[in-house]
Design a protein around this ligand. Structure first.
Ligand code: ACM
Ligand code: ZN
Length: 754
């Protein structure tokens, strides 16, 4: 440390006698842990661009040259006496993947003790170099001591729903390395295609890698891809995988393969139906979104032999500490109807299908542990009992991550809000990706370590990751569009020790966006979306309203449902309301147009903030905003229940006069979300005897239009302490639906009692 300070002072002195420049904005992403900038900059002519590599493989020099050439157009030469010096020293006192970078009149010195540190010193240097009109290279004087906050800084990439070439994978890895991300979670197989060559089971790729057509017709409708008739698919040979793993390693990226099991396995099971439950019917390789019935039979011993064989070849290819085994969204009904699976449940004392999945995962974990590896899986592996050494990837919100960390398991945080980058980041109709916006700001400001994790268990959060599911991104340019600029946010969350002010980060992102042309990347537009946060106060029957926008432009709003104009109120700070409002808010583009208007209705109705019981639990990822999701006063954030009815009993707390009830449900069939086929309203004074006050029987609606269905009913005033709503689910997707028979969702909004 003392040494460090001396250098800073020396740098300042030298600078003072040479150039008198203002300290510059460095625009580094991710922001370094310690940065001391001095006035002035090192100026190098093209003859001075010599790099000396101490104790470093010359291949690193090639890599470094590639980086600076793309960004600044310059090329380094290599010599013992270079003014730019990179040094690898295993005894150096820095953290893993850390580096020291010093730039003074003496030159540039970068020191690291491992490959990660070298790569990251190079990535920081790349961002610091500028070249003036006389071809003089300028690098600002500074001292950096830098190292990562988390050991797992990941990006996931789904190559099953759409296939991407080796070169595209390499570009993806380049983008990760540019942002000091170090873990590539490669989602290699799913219901829509198996992409990894396994020599012992050639049909996995001969058959499992190909589907009849591109599918995902919504993409064709949007013009994202064209031909839909050819067989579609592809896979990576083992040689290609080795090449990719080596390419990643040079960039300090570990490739974590995902061998998805037991569900999401239609492609494997079409190739090898003998590992499916007998009499479970036929499977197809899917060409649409959703989850097929394809699941490995948990009863047959041969299933485990097959999976261990697949894993054996996988371990040969991937040296990673962790192997991802999926574990999400397992269709377990097939198991319950299978005699082999039933027998297994009995033999293993598994009381239900969740415990059978737990048996499955524990058995796979034993194999991985015996071969020196660790298992990581999606948070459903918690259901039915977590395998003893497993790490958990929390995607259905953060609840799974909290539970796992509190139980002493390692966790990677990748909650679908906001870390699913396959969702759009703006409201342009033509943007590729899933609906449901996750803005750059959402990603940057999300609290990655939940307060509910006790101090002693926080270290179990080993990292963060952005996920990229490719259903609605058929081309690599769509991946780039959704990756940028959000990759900057996840990078900084994963690397930098503290969150910095949003406006400051936004400014650095602006400077980065200017460089993307050099990479032929078209980033997603920064949103004009205005977030409306509502913080209900149930005791007070009031709510605090806060607006959040990405852009520093003014936010205009109205509270009576009218459309904001430039004459509307301008937001300055949060405010409290205690009467019904219909808020509309927006920002205006420079040309005066509005990209989108955000709105939220808040109703202080008679069930506002009242507790309720749901007979069938909502899915954790669709919690409607938490405990009071159905009575929190605001409309638009829905509670999602799979297959079962929304059967809810609200306790009004005291006998109350009720004369109107309104329910709202989402109908979005192409997202497997259907309005109820019947809705009944009942009231009760004692919680035992109920009187029906309304019934709606829309039946199964045959429509692929996204809409909110509203069922208002006024009736003669009645006295009630309890209000019960029973909304019958369609259960499974109807015959006319592309996924006929698959489990359907029922999404309920606020239940408004007046
Ligand atoms: C997931 O998104 N099904 C992990
Ligand atoms: Zn079975």
């Amino acid at each position: 440390m003392r040494h460090f300070l001396l250098i800073v002072i020396a740098g300042v002195l030298l600078a003072a006698c040479t150039t008198k420049q203002k300290v510059e904005e460095l625009n580094l992403i991710p922001y370094p842990v310690e940065l001391e900038q001095a006035e002035g900059a090192l100026l190098l002519s093209s003859a001075d661009l010599n790099v000396s590599l101490q104790n470093i493989d010359p291949a690193f020099g090639q890599y470094l040259n590639g980086l600076v050439k793309q960004e600044s157009g310059i090329e380094f030469k290599f010599s013992e006496t270079g003014k730019i010096r990179f040094e690898l020293n295993q005894d150096l006192d820095v953290k893993n993947e850390g580096y020291l970078l010093s730039i003074s009149n003496q030159g540039v010195t970068a020191k690291a003790k491992d490959q990660g540190g070298l790569v990251y010193a190079a990535q920081t240097l790349r961002q610091l170099i500028s070249v003036d009109e006389n071809n003089v290279v300028k690098i600002p004087f500074l001292e950096i001591t830098d190292y990562p906050r988390f050991k797992w800084r990941g990006m996931h990439f789904d190559v099953s729903r759409h296939f991407f070439t080796v070169n595209e994978i390499k570009r993806f890895l380049d983008y990760m390395a540019m942002n000091k991300l170090n873990t590539f979670h490669w989602h290699l197989m799913d219901d829509q295609g198996w992409r990894l060559e396994i020599k012992k089971y050639p049909k996995l790729t001969e058959i499992g890698a190909w589907r009849e057509k591109v599918g995902f017709e919504a993409n064709q409708k949007k013009g994202l891809n064209t031909a839909n008739t050819e067989p579609y698919g592809g896979f990576y040979t083992q040689d290609q995988v080795k090449d990719i793993v080596a390419y990643a390693a040079q960039r300090n990226i570990t490739v974590v393969p995902e061998i998805e099991l037991p569900g999401h396995s239609a492609a494997a099971l079409v190739a090898y139906p003998e590992y499916y439950c007998d009499n479970a019917g036929d499977l197809e390789i899917w060409d649409q979104a959703g989850v097929s019935a394809g699941v490995y039979c948990a009863g047959k011993e041969s299933t485990f032999q097959f999976l261990e064989d697949v894993l054996a070849e996988t371990l040969e290819l991937f040296p990673a500490e962790f192997i991802h085994i999926g574990g999400d969204e397992t269709p377990k009904d097939t198991w319950l109807a299978c005699p082999d699976c039933r027998k297994r449940m009995e033999a293993e004392g598994a009381h239900d299908e969740h415990e059978l999945q737990s048996y499955f995962v524990k058995r796979i974990e034993k194999y991985l542990n015996a071969n020196g590896r660790r298992l990581i899986g999606w948070d459903e592996i918690l259901d039915g009992g977590l395998a003893p050494n497993a790490a958990v990837m929390s995607w259905r919100g953060v609840a799974g991550g909290i539970k796992a960390a509190q139980a002493g398991h390692d966790v990677v945080m990748t909650p679908m809000f906001p870390y699913y980058f396959n969702h759009t980041q703006n409201h342009r109709e033509e943007s590729p990706g899933h609906p449901g916006i996750r803005t750059l700001r959402d990603v940057y400001t999300f609290p990655v370590i939940p307060a509910d994790i006790s101090e002693g268990n926080r270290a179990h959060i080993i990292g963060v990751q952005g996920n990229m599911w490719s259903e609605y991104m058929p081309k690599f340019k769509h991946i780039e569009y959704n990756l940028f600029p959000r990759v900057y946010a996840i990078a900084e969350v994963g690397w930098s020790p503290a969150q910095r002010p949003w406006e400051e980060f936004y400014g650095r992102v602006q400077s980065k966006l200017k460089t993307l042309e050099k990479y032929n990347i078209i980033p997603g537009d920064i949103s004009y979306h205005v977030g409306i946060n509502v913080e209900p106060n149930y005791a007070d029957k009031s709510a605090k309203i806060e607006f959040i926008a990405e852009r520093p432009d003014p936010i205009f709003f109205e509270t009576d449902g009218s459309t904001p104009t430039k004459a509307s109120q301008i937001y300055s700070e949060s405010f409290v309301i205690n009467k019904n409002v219909h808020i509309k808010a927006c920002q205006f583009k420079e040309n005066g147009e509005v990209n989108m208007i955000s709105e939220k209705e808040i109703k202080f109705h008679k069930a506002f903030g009242k507790p309720y019981e749901l007979k069938h639990a909502y899915a954790p990822q669709y919690d409607g905003g938490g405990k009071y999701g159905l009575t929190n006063g605001f409309l638009g954030v829905m509670v999602g229940v799979e297959e079962k009815p929304v059967d809810v009993n609200i306790d009004l707390g005291e006998v109350t006069e009720v004369s109107k009830i309104t329910t709202r449900f989402k109908n979005q069939p192409m997202g497997w979300v259907f309005g109820p086929k019947e809705v009944r309203y009942l009231v009760s004074l004692d919680g035992e005897n109920y009187t029906e006050v309304a019934v709606f029987s829309p039946g199964v609606i045959e429509s692929d239009v996204n809409e909110v269905l509203e069922y208002p009913k006024e009736f003669e005033p009645v006295q009630a302490k309890y209000v019960k709503i029973v909304a019958e689910s369609v259960g499974v997707c109807p015959d006319w639906h592309p996924a006929a028979g698959g489990k359907a969702w029922l999404f309920s909004d606020e239940i408004i009692v007046e």
